[in-house]
Design a protein around this ligand. Structure first.
Ligand SMILES: C[S@@+](CC[C@H](N)C(=O)[O-])C[C@H]1O[C@@H](n2cnc3c(N)ncnc32)[C@H](O)[C@@H]1O
Length: 272
């Protein structure tokens, strides 16, 4: 079964504006893993569920060619509109039916996307298209462990963030729960003996209040809520921004908050 929650134009444009680029340190871990297992040259990387292309951009300097694949044409349109990456192409497709010959791909990635795939069909395709010793890297972050800091009111900001998650909880797909479990089941199902999990890469960054609220707008559970009650969803965002600003004692949504996030990654290499 495929999940079609990322199809709308508004959702895709929120993705382009507010979705995070995965951290460089995690990208380096993935590239080092590929170098260790398969070695050079790094010819073709395929970024599955590429959305608006943030992870594909990170791969571009390290491969001759990067192909971003997504089921949603709206997401791909946004991705194609970003200039400056001549070796990336974006193609509509699914992780379960890849448009590549057998043994042709060096690296398959999926950033915050693998939990949406049909596990067994995706793993069969990964086994087919990867070169011998080619690698798969499934990364994501656990939003349950996100922490916000601003002067002495970090805990109250965390509470507001958690309250928003609670409001949206009834609209959570069980696939999101799979991601919060750091893809444990998918990891176990990978048929390659050579595999490992990196459970926690802590990353600190800063984010404006406006962008943090925009990030909430990208959540699939927010989009489900918005379909059901657009007015209430809009109000939730406005109210959340207002509450953040009041707690912080500032007026401008451009004010930056420190954000700590926990990323994870599942790595595996096809037998040679
Ligand atoms: C949470 S978004 C992540 C997007 C991007 N990789 C990122 O890190 O922001 C998940 C993406 O996976 C895509 N998707 C969902 N199921 C898919 C499938 N079976 N095959 C390919 N793409 C899929 C969605 O359209 C969406 O763009």
């Amino acid at each position: 079964m495929t999940h079609r929650l990322f199809e709308g134009k508004d959702h895709a444009s929120a993705y382009q504006k507010y979705r995070f680029t995965p951290p460089e340190e995690l990208n380096n871990i993935i590239l080092q893993y590929l170098s260790k297992k398969k070695g050079q040259p790094h010819v073709l990387a395929v970024d599955l569920g590429c959305g608006t292309g943030q992870n594909s951009h990170l791969l571009a300097p390290h491969f001759q060619e990067v192909v971003g694949i997504d089921i949603s044409e709206c997401q791909l349109e946004e991705a194609r509109a970003v200039p400056g990456y001549p070796n990336i192409t974006y193609r509509r497709g699914t992780a379960e039916d890849l448009p590549f010959p057998d043994c042709s791909v060096d690296l398959l990635t999926a950033a915050s996307a693998a939990h949406w795939f049909d596990q067994s069909r995706f793993l069969a395709e990964a086994s087919r298209v990867l070169k011998p010793r080619g690698c798969v890297a499934l990364l994501g972050f656990s939003d349950l462990n996100t922490r916000l800091h601003y002067q002495d009111c970090g805990e109250r900001l965390n509470q507001i963030y958690e309250e928003v998650r609670q409001v949206l909880l009834p609209y959570t797909s069980n696939r999101v729960t799979v991601s919060e479990g750091k893809l444990e089941e998918l990891y176990s199902a990978i048929p390659f003996p050579d595999k490992e999990r990196i459970d926690s890469v802590q990353v600190k960054s800063s984010i404006s209040v406006r962008n943090l609220v925009g990030f909430i707008e990208t959540w699939s559970m927010f989009q489900i809520y918005k379909k059901k009650d657009p007015k209430a969803a809009e109000e939730l965002l406005l109210k959340t921004q207002k509450r953040f600003l009041e707690e912080m004692g500032v007026m401008s949504p451009a004010t930056e908050i420190e954000q700590e996030m926990e990323y994870f990654c599942v790595l595996a290499s096809k037998p040679g």
